[in-house]
Design a binder for this molecule. Structure first.
Ligand SMILES: *[C@@H]1O[C@H](CO)[C@@H](O)[C@H](O)[C@H]1NC(C)=O
Ligand SMILES: *[C@@H]1O[C@H](CO)[C@@H](O)[C@H](O)[C@H]1NC(C)=O
Ligand SMILES: *[C@@H]1O[C@H](CO)[C@@H](O)[C@H](O)[C@H]1NC(C)=O
Ligand SMILES: *[C@@H]1O[C@H](CO)[C@@H](O)[C@H](O)[C@H]1NC(C)=O
Ligand SMILES: *[C@@H]1O[C@H](CO)[C@@H](O)[C@H](O)[C@H]1NC(C)=O
Ligand SMILES: *[C@@H]1O[C@H](CO)[C@@H](O)[C@H](O)[C@H]1NC(C)=O
Length: 506
């Protein structure tokens, strides 16, 4: 009797430990991925079987929003705060710009470390590095392999500065705080994939791990060079006659294969069962040659760097054994800043109460398919353009650039109807959206933003504009600083480094 009790106690204790064991967390960020380029969102030109396998056995997010460009999205993802609270609402951090995500912000890996996680980062940072304290291993990551900038050449890992300084070029690849110069010729997507697999294989399972795998794919390398991919992948897509699109397809296919390898590593290490994997893009795809890229968000309007759905509606999903009723799509409204509060609930911990998070906890909405706690998303508002979504409605103050159409109804993607998004009818008697006046769309019935109904709902338009302005009034001013020539690699052994510290790394 006594023995029996003892063994059942042991059993109960073991079960409790298993239940409370914190899951491993993997966040895979794709860069500049077109909304409809992945199979799980209806893309049928570029096979993405590994990504789709995870998505279709997980929970796909169909109403999920990122920022329109890279730096603000990554800032929000890692802090749970809004780009406008972070002062990162304007452009991206250029290589020679001496600023970064404020040091008073707390990052996801810092929270996770506190709760016993090993924290690893592979891939691109793009949140500043002019001083060492801004770099990944000083911001909560135990390890980092990758670039401090937003991108680099896929094979040489050299990155150039922008605009008039675009001839300033240097290596940007780091193995923690060592310049990793020995990888010349290794295709960066495969290299990141291998490093991620190594981290999983080497992980000591006495504690959980967090892996932030921020791929460069399918962002371009160095413009105006065409997109680059290994020859065997280019050959695989010889049926795509448009050169830029073929290159894009090859880049995405490599990414997909690395996700397959990542999944295998999780399974063979025995950690798959207790790992939550999140896949997200950082923004919509750049189209039609924009930064040498040929993504497709079609039939959504616009692209990266616009507030149209094609710029901010992100391809994303979750995968993991802890998800209830997997194999479904969650239509709840979600913003990229929501991951941090959501993950705190996943690991059974509370957020500090003295920080003004923009993100909200979506775990119940995701798990039980109940209403989203989020009714509104301020997409952003800066330099007289912006957008806000409230309920079904979206106010857009356009236009940042001239990418305001639907791409590609032309050239490089077969134009069959996307079965996952139904656009509704165009009402040609409504006025086109121009920069003169804010425009209003009913995203629920008009996801393709055909019909500007601002003139039909002036009160609502005014109310939304006021909300946007009020939020903007409370924003942290943009942290942007002009380019500092002291950053140029020719002053630092040919690589980008933390140039404003007393002893930059050489
Ligand atoms: C880039 O161009 C500027 C202006 O022509 C020149 O002063 C500078 O030396 C060049 N930099 C490199 C790395 O060649
Ligand atoms: C990298 O490899 C390429 C191709 O082999 C070569 O042309 C280039 O000089 C190498 N770069 C460096 C910095 O070694
Ligand atoms: C996946 O792993 C295999 C086996 O290690 C390797 O040969 C292949 O290059 C990897 N794929 C990619 C895209 O890195
Ligand atoms: C894993 O970590 C535990 C606790 O720190 C330690 O006792 C064990 O030796 C480690 N295992 C390996 C294989 O390093
Ligand atoms: C089209 O817009 C006009 C206003 O310009 C409106 O009166 C009409 O009802 C709309 N048609 C449809 C089919 O929604
Ligand atoms: C960090 O400081 C800036 C002002 O410099 C402020 O706008 C921001 O809200 C602060 N962040 C936190 C988490 O308090």
């Amino acid at each position: 009797m006594f023995l029996f009790l003892l063994s059942s106690l042991v059993f109960v204790k073991e079960a409790a430990t298993t239940l409370t064991a914190k899951p491993n967390i993997v966040i895979v960020v794709a860069d500049d991925l077109g909304y409809t380029d992945v199979g799980f969102n209806g893309g049928d030109q570029i096979p993405t079987p590994n990504i789709d396998w995870l998505a279709k056995r997980g929970v796909i997010l169909s109403n999920y929003y990122t920022a329109k460009i890279c730096t603000p999205s990554r800032g929000s993802l890692l802090t749970g705060r809004h780009q406008m609270q972070l002062g990162l609402q304007r452009s991206v951090i250029l290589p020679s710009a001496p600023y970064g995500l404020g040091l008073n912000e707390t990052l996801l890996p810092q929270y996770l470390k506190k709760y016993g996680y090993s924290t690893h980062m592979v891939g691109k940072w793009h949140l500043g590095y002019y001083k060492l304290d801004y770099t990944p291993t000083r911001r909560g990551f135990d390890t980092h392999f990758g670039v401090w900038n937003g991108k680099s050449d896929y094979f040489s890992h050299y990155d150039t500065d922008w605009g008039v300084h675009s001839n300033e070029s240097g290596l940007d690849l780091w193995d923690n705080l060592r310049v990793a110069s020995e990888y010349n010729g290794s295709y960066i997507t495969q290299l990141y994939g291998q490093k991620a697999v190594e981290i999983i294989k080497n992980h000591n399972q006495s504690n959980p791990f967090f892996l932030y795998l921020a791929h460069q794919a399918v962002h371009n390398g160095i413009s105006p060079q065409p997109l680059k991919a290994p020859q065997e992948y280019l050959d695989k897509f010889s049926f795509i006659t448009h050169d830029g699109r073929r290159r894009y397809a090859a880049m995405l296919s490599v990414l997909d294969d690395t996700i397959g390898n990542l999944t295998s590593a999780l399974i063979s290490s025995g950690m798959y069962e207790n790992t939550l994997l999140i896949f997200t893009t950082d923004n919509g795809g750049p189209v039609d040659g924009f930064s040498m890229n040929y993504a497709s968000n079609w039939p959504l309007r616009g692209c990266k760097e616009t507030y149209w759905e094609g710029g901010v509606r992100g391809a994303a999903f979750l995968h993991g054994k802890m998800l209830k009723n997997p194999g479904r799509t969650s239509h709840q409204l979600m913003h990229i800043s929501d991951w941090l509060p959501t993950l705190m609930t996943v690991i059974g911990e509370k957020l500090p109460t003295d920080i003004d998070y923009y993100g909200v906890d979506q775990w119940a909405a995701i798990q039980y398919d109940v209403a989203s706690p989020r009714k509104e998303i301020i997409h952003s508002y800066d330099l007289s353009t912006g957008a806000i979504r409230h309920g079904d409605y979206k106010l857009v103050i356009c236009c940042d650039n001239n990418m305001n159409g639907w791409y590609p109804e032309q050239k490089y993607v077969p134009t069959n109807q996307n079965p996952y998004i139904s656009c509704g009818e165009r009402n040609s008697s409504l006025p086109a959206c121009t920069k003169d006046k804010p425009c209003l769309f009913d995203i629920q019935s008009d996801p393709c933003e055909y019909n500007n109904i601002a003139s039909l709902k002036p009160q609502l338009s005014k109310w939304l504009l006021e909300k946007l302005e009020t939020f903007a009034d409370a924003a942290q001013p943009p942290r942007n600083k002009p380019s500092d020539p002291a950053a140029f690699p020719r002053f630092h052994n040919g690589h980008w480094t933390n140039w404003l510290d007393k002893n930059p790394i050489y």
